[in-house]
Design a protein around this ligand. Sequence first.
Ligand code: 13P
Length: 240
Amino acid sequence: MYFIANWKMFGGLNSLNSIHKVLKFLKNFRKNKKIKIIYCPPSTLINPMSKKLKNTRIDVGAQNCHQNQNYGAFTGSITPFMLKNVGAKYVIIGHSENRQEGETDRLINMKIKCALKSGLKVIFCIGETSKEKKGNKTKQKLNRQLKIGLNKIKIKKNIIIAYEPIWSIGSGLIPKSKELFEIINFIRNRSGNCKVLYGGSVNPKNISELNVINNVDGYMIGGASQDPKKLIDIIKKSYI
Ligand code: 13P
């Protein structure tokens, strides 16, 4: 199971202390089980965090990257290579919060290709709006995002897909189990068998309801991931 902690635009150097609790918990938790925890802090914390997490069961990822592999005159941007250089192993691409800032499916495709070329693993986010859901357009939207986002990418073993319905992010709402089960299968079939995670308002209270379906490969957690107690609770309950 994957647990991705997306800190978004939160956290300073003092937030790094909160990881100790999670590390302590992981020391004795299901030592032989495959459990993958990835912290995606703001870029400013990637280096100190990856130093802290060296030789532990937690990896570090970035929240976005530029589509250009080479250095260049792109003020404010970071290449995947630069992220790798400071300790990132993963990068989130296509998060709806960045799509809302103007990222297109084509740009996302360029970013994914560039990140993979640079040796990063990709967490590729897709999801529909509430309007699209109400208009029965969910599958159509996901299909387009997958088709263009993964265009001309033959080897997909380093891509994880996160299904994050936009209406569920930060709203406290989650999809119904039956719907989610069907969408996860839909995504897996159309992505060439990538791992598929769910993200959107995941918290210790609703994790058992989400866990009812058995085809999801893990969770992408926003708000709740900043609180180590909540994150530990989510992980524990996912293995009951
Ligand atoms: P919340 O868990 O805060 O709803 O955020 C989900 C998300 O966007 C993770 O990438």
